[in-house]
Design a protein around this ligand. Structure first.
Ligand code: ZN
Ligand code: ZN
Length: 188
């Protein structure tokens, strides 16, 4: 679900921090430009600890571990995140995972994805209004860049007087693997 456009944007917070700092070295400005460009593409090159602090949260091991898990395996469910995080923090409880996922989503560091017939999924690619293509056979999920690049990327024919912030686009189809399986099994 593309809800992050409506929530406070963590990159706006980062930009404020960058702008409030004196930019003396040219190397530093080049670095910042690179980070800004990355931010526009929905990813940031800043370390997680810096980004957690920038949104006013405390840097904790569970938060770092959850962000790391989702950066390596986007669109994971809470259960999948729990399994990954337990490899580094064996004592962590499912409740803690949910609390961390909610706090990071509220802070705009994670985006929650609500697909039909699926538990909530999470990802670290938050700020680019990208969409998702889902295979209706095996459930494979892929990112699809937003055609327009900002939300909402569709103009409703009748907005009913609402200020529309987001158009939630999910492309559904059959992936090449599933299509190949189907073609194979259909052969005599
Ligand atoms: Zn498939
Ligand atoms: Zn995604």
């Amino acid at each position: 679900m593309c809800t992050t456009g409506a929530a406070s944007n963590p990159f706006d917070e980062l930009l404020k921090i960058w702008q409030s700092e004196a930019m003396t070295s040219t190397t530093r400005s080049a670095e910042l430009r690179e980070q800004e460009n990355a931010a526009h593409a929905g990813v940031s090159t800043l370390p997680w600890a810096t980004r957690i602090r920038a949104v006013g949260l405390r840097v904790t091991k569970p938060r770092l571990a959850v962000l790391d898990a989702l950066e390596n395996a986007p669109h994971a469910t809470a259960d999948e995140v729990l399994a990954t995080v337990r490899q580094v923090l064996p004592e962590i409880t499912v409740q803690s995972i949910y609390m961390v996922l909610h706090s990071l989503t509220d802070a705009g560091l994670l985006r929650q994805l609500d697909l039909a017939q699926s538990p909530a999924r999470y990802e670290t690619r938050v700020a680019d209004n990208h969409h998702h293509a889902v295979c209706t056979v095996c459930g494979r999920i892929e990112d699809v860049n937003c055609a327009v690049g900002h939300a909402p990327c569709l103009t409703p024919t009748e907005p009913h007087g609402m200020a529309i912030h987001v158009a939630d686009v999910v492309y559904q189809g059959v992936c090449t693997n599933c299509l190949a399986d189907y073609t194979d099994s259909a052969m005599p």
